[in-house]
Design a protein around this ligand. Structure first.
Ligand code: SAH
Ligand code: SF4
Ligand code: F3S
Length: 472
């Protein structure tokens, strides 16, 4: 084991990448790599990349340009790895475009990191203090296969101190890949086919997280509510069943899951929102568009009315649930009328928050080759109008929390002395003057004011039933 090596990991994209970066860090720790937040001091740099929109992918190349300059100015030879979804999509092309890169591996092969590092190291030439080996002559390792073996079987067990260092909330990937093939989306190509982890493995990982001090776990999958992992009884368990099992893990106070597809929101999962106090009243349920024509062209396989009916059923089961969503404006062929339908849907739902995106044509996806691409200025204008409506809804949601007494999970010290930052049931940050030993605890907080995306409050007496209540 080589001691005292350092790795700098930069993570782009979704929570699944955040989880993967943590697991890469765990794997590298077994090889003697400590994580550093100073890129200029690192022996190994890992860029865990996102391919979802053009801008996300472009960031990788500008970062690689910076690393090349850093190597030139410091004379240090840094090992550079490109991981994640750009790696999967572009493979060796990355090395052609950016010769500074030593390793390229996709989201399903990062458990092979030790082996890939060995391969790069084995080819290393004695530099004899004469600066770096000319980049073109460097040995490279590329691994963008979707390996038959399950990466989760090869990753090290979570180590308590490392988990603790990451805080009291944690991500837990329960499902990989996606089989939905929405016509705009690269995920089915970059992450491969849908695969659910076995129930017992998920439960064991959740228990290990809780033992290390985690209080809130967010279950992850690009299509997490299509989860169908094999249970201890040999049956395929639904997400609802998995969530019920996890709610019974002692010490696990809060559960969330993301991202859900409307088509997979079944009755059992809706009932879990009604029955389980551990399941937080917040649901990210992207719909992308309010126009049936556009939804069909996107291959979402449901209409706007189906979505609205679903929202009604969810709210009937859990009236205090906050909804968030994702929207794409300027999908090929989107007309003014289609866009108005999206605004109408947003008005009908009333979101707590949303992510809005301009359609970005992605190589290899069906929508990218449609001839009726929407001009950029139209996309810009639609995005601004949609965003304004969403901002209004978010502000209204935050304002509606003022005066409530709500359970807050305290996560870390705040910016001001004596202040902690916690998380509301609806996922907003809550700033509260509170003693540091409350970190990891859940306490009743009276919400005093709404900020832009966050809330301010003060410690309060819990309601007699421990539940959220209106101020007397
Ligand atoms: N699995 C999730 C979404 C994954 S990607 C789901 O089905 O909802 C996250 C979001 O990025 C998507 O919901 C979509 O709004 C956006 N997105 C995906 N591909 C895009 C593209 N080509 N252009 C713009 N936005 C895109
Ligand atoms: Fe992409 Fe659609 Fe799969 Fe979500 S469901 S990851 S948008 S293909
Ligand atoms: Fe991006 Fe890959 Fe996630 S493309 S959004 S990092 S699954």
């Amino acid at each position: 084991m080589t001691a005292n090596k350092t790795v700098f990991i930069k993570t782009y994209g979704c929570q699944m990448n955040v989880y993967d970066s943590a697991r890469m860090s765990d794997t590298l720790a077994t090889l003697g790599y400590d994580e550093t937040d100073r890129i200029e001091a690192a022996d190994l740099v890992v860029l865990n990349t996102c391919h979802i929109r053009e801008k996300a992918a472009d960031k990788v190349y500008s970062e690689l340009g910076k690393i090349r300059k850093l190597e030139e100015t410091t004379g240090r030879d840094v090992t550079v790895a490109v991981a994640g979804c750009v790696a999967q999509a572009e493979g060796e092309e990355i090395i052609r475009r950016a010769p500074v890169v030593d390793m390229v591996f996709g989201p399903q092969s990062y458990h092979r990191l030790p082996e890939l590092l060995e391969r790069v190291k084995a080819g290393e030439r004695p530099a004899a203090g004469t600066g770096r080996v000319p980049s073109k002559a460097r040995p490279r390792a590329v691994d963008t296969e979707f390996p038959a073996e399950d990466k989760f079987d090869h990753l090290p067990e979570p180590v308590a101190e490392r988990v603790r260092g990451r805080g009291v909330t944690a991500f837990l990937t329960v499902q990989e890949g996606c089989d939905k093939f929405c016509t705009f989306c690269v995920v089915p190509y970059t992450r491969g086919a849908e695969l659910s982890r076995p129930v017992e493995r998920v439960v064991a990982e959740a228990e290990a997280l809780v033992a290390a001090g985690v209080r809130e776990v967010t279950l992850l999958g690009q299509n997490v509510n299509a989860y169908h992992g094999v249970g201890p009884d040999g049956d395929a368990w639904s997400l609802a069943r998995l969530v019920r099992r996890l709610a019974a893990v002692p010490g696990l106070a809060r559960l969330r899951y993301t991202t859900s597809h409307p088509r997979d929101m079944d009755d059992a999962l809706i009932a879990a929102h009604r029955d389980l106090p551990e399941l937080m009243p917040y649901l990210h349920l992207p719909v992308q568009s309010g126009s049936d024509r556009v939804l069909a062209a996107m291959n979402r396989r449901h209409g706007a009315a189906d979505y609205l009916t679903l929202v009604e059923r969810i709210r009937a089961a859990r009236p205090d649930i906050a909804l968030s969503g994702d929207f794409i404006v300027g999908f090929p062929g989107e007309t003014d009328a289609d866009f108005e339908a999206t605004l109408a849907l947003v008005r009908a739902v009333g979101y707590a928050s949303c992510f809005t995106f301009k359609y970005s044509p992605r190589p290899g996806t069906p929508a990218a080759s449609e001839s009726d691409q929407v001009p950029e200025p139209v996309k810009t204008e639609r995005l601004a109008r949609l965003q304004a409506l969403i901002d209004e809804q978010e502000a209204a949601f935050l304002k509606s929390r003022v005066g409530l007494v709500v359970p807050v999970l305290f996560e870390k010290a705040g910016r001001d002395p004596g202040q902690l930052v916690g998380r509301s049931p609806w996922l907003q940050a809550v700033h509260v003057a509170a003693p540091a030993d409350l970190i990891g605890g859940i306490a009743a907080v009276e919400i005093l004011a709404a900020g832009h995306h966050s809330l301010d409050g003060r410690l309060a007496e819990p309601a007699a039933d421990g539940a959220v209540r209106l101020r007397a």
